[in-house]
Ligand binder design. Sequence first.
Ligand code: FAD
Length: 469
Amino acid sequence: MEKFDVTIIGSGPGGYVAAIRAAQLGLKTAIIEKDKELGGTCLNVGCIPSKALLASSDHFVFAKKEAGKHGIVLDNVGLDLGKMLGRKDKVVKTLTGGVRALMKGNKVTVYQGMGSITAAGHVTIKPTEGDAQEIESTNIIIASGSVPVELPSMPFDGKTIVSSTEALCFEKAPEKFLVIGGGAIGLELGSVWSRLGSEVTVLEFLPRIALGFDLELANLLQRSLTAQGMTFHLETKVESVKVLEGGRAVAKAKKGDEELSFEADKVLVSVGRRAFAEGVVDKKIGVELDERGRIKVDPHFRTNVEGIYAIGDVIAGPMLAHKAEEEGIACVENIAGKSGHVNYDVIPGIIYTNPELAGVGITEDFAKEKGMNVRIGKFPFRANGRALANEDAEGMVKFVADAETDRLIGAHILSHAASELIAETVAVMEFGGSSEDLGRTVHAHPTLSEAVKEAALSVDKRAIHIGNR
Ligand code: FAD
């Protein structure tokens, strides 16, 4: 029986990154993946295909609506959806192939099949074809990820009522596309199909979209997406979705006492994801789960059973690829006797709409609600030269700083480039930097990043290119 130092169940960003780090540390490593391709949700049906479609659909809108503003005349702009979807698939293939090459390059043994921990130190692998086999491993890391939440009143049928997986590959843009849930996935996929011609309606139970992000910026994002053609119904509880003969759907919803009804060709249920740990551990081993079915771990990612660890979407915390990756690295470093650590106070979250909404740390609304003593700095992109030159002057940068120490504890950006701009603020916050540190750092001109610097200066009411109140 083959024996490993570390075996990882699941090859998403948590699992495959943990495998590479384990190999770097000289540990004999195996990774088990039940699906055909490596890369997990993120590479196959999550982060990457959604961003590929967001990029393509954004170019389509640019060609149709924005190019003219730059004096570029593009007549008869058309859509070849098959080609667009094909490009997305090619990007996914390149990256999943890349992960396989990385496994080979790092001498990580890859097993295809359903991995199941049958006893401490023992894993059985049941491949899609052929016989099961067993391996031994001193340490086992569960990185089995998550799956979309399915609601009993609107079960997925894969055709009309769909999860994000199917919404990444509709053969044609639905005429009417209903999105249930105004979080990152709903807003991103709603944007894609709205840009490609669908009439998109988002139904959200809460009085706001983008829960967890800065409220002011989330409201600005909603206004922007509305201007782009999407419709929002907030404080609207969807009670049921029924598929009619012929494939169209009707959703019944309630907004206060008002009964609402929505017809659609496709309904995306994007109300969250749940940890997926089914079949990963034999029940008799007794790995503890929390009330939401997530594997319980201590700060070193150890479960209650010696030699079994868990990371990524299958444990508590934000369901994000970079969070899973950092946990994978820290977990393996701890196994190797190092001091692996994840700073949960500084994990950025991003919604890749246009404009993008990015945030890290504490929001202004949270600080107010908790009565924290903070100072706020803001700077709008309409006062930034590069943003105006780019014809992309929507949005703003906002900082939350501790009023006593000036330490930055939150950064929030709404901008077409927010996903890239947030990285600088994350680095400053990771090093415990202050608004003064960032405000005194030289930023190249003309760049969007000057708005980040100016927002930091504005904490102390000394932004240069706008009045300070
Ligand atoms: P996963 O990526 O879910 O991987 C788990 C793997 O384990 C899967 O491949 C699964 O097949 C395998 N597995 C499960 N059980 C077994 C078993 N018993 N044996 C063998 N294999 C098993 N996050 C971001 O940070 N940025 C984004 O832009 C972003 N966009 C997203 C867009 C969409 C549409 C979706 C759905 C998600 C998005 N996410 C994004 C979330 C991100 O995909 C997840 O947070 C991330 O993939 C979690 O990584 P993971 O390694 O924990 O699990």
